[in-house]
Design a protein. Structure first.
Length: 252
């Protein structure tokens, strides 16, 4: 694997794209949803690029001009070389490489030190594919499959599990990964009640977690060491009353 899949921070960054045709459009689509400001330079721009610029609210800036082979450029965080002119792309790449810029060339594999993946975003999740542009049709097919696949994940469930994990880490709990896996597989449990359960019970390892989940999903008795005696149910719709307390009330 030549390129290591990583995430580059695009906040407060700028991207320069050379070109205004099909290659440049493909490059633009791969970065338009980032937080970076995008600049494009070309002799002319295709209609779809102009439409994207119109709806970008100032994020995309276009400049029409002829680009000479000795064109000087600097001050950009990322550079994408995507003109339809092979000789020009070669000259621009040589300059970017000589200046140790982070760049990608779109017409050939080349010496690019960056390779932008085609990505699908679903909430905080990002799924991406990179086939080195060897077969764009296959890439598109897999991309469409990824779009469908991403929708299988319940974002609300993931959000709650993130909160649970943070609380488990704060409490220096054991078996955190196993606890999260156990909770993720549960479909009937109301996960938002777990945080309240942690306040009343010492949920620190997988055994106590299993007992807690079993109780609130199947109505079984809790088998947990309590930090303090709860007087009311720990979850809505479940009445958790200690048997000893019930017995005392009957005697009275």
């Amino acid at each position: 694997m030549r390129f290591l899949p990583v995430g580059l921070d695009t906040a407060h960054k700028n991207i320069l794209i050379f070109g205004g045709g099909f290659l440049a459009l493909s490059a633009l689509k791969s970065v338009i949803d980032t937080e970076a400001e995008i600049y494009m330079i070309a002799e002319s721009f295709g209609g779809e690029i102009l439409e994207i610029e119109k709806n970008s609210e100032g994020k995309l800036k276009l400049k029409e001009m002829e680009i000479p082979n000795d064109f000087q450029f600097m001050g950009y965080d990322f550079v994408i070389i995507a003109t339809e002119n092979f000789e020009l792309n070669e000259a621009l790449e040589n300059r970017a490489s000589a200046r140790n810029m982070i760049y990608e060339r779109y017409d050939i594999f080349s010496k690019s030190n960056m390779s932008i993946n085609k990505s699908v975003t679903h909430g905080p999740l990002t799924f991406s594919i990179n086939d080195s542009r060897l077969n764009p049709t296959i890439t598109d097919i897999i991309y469409e499959d990824l779009q469908k696949f991403a929708k299988n994940y319940d974002l609300e469930k993931i959000k709650i599990l993130n909160e649970i994990r943070s609380e488990l880490v704060r409490k220096n709990s054991q078996d955190i990964d196993e606890i999260i896996r156990k909770l993720y597989k549960e479909e009937v449990i109301n996960l938002s009640t777990f945080l309240k359960g942690m306040e009343d019970y010492k949920i620190e390892d997988i055994d106590t977690t299993n007992n807690f989940i079993e109780h609130i999903t199947e109505g079984k008795d809790l088998n947990l060491e309590k930090e303090e005696e709860p007087e009311e149910a720990i979850t809505e719709g479940l009445e958790v009353v200690e048997k000893e307390k019930e017995t005392d009330e009957v005697k009275e």
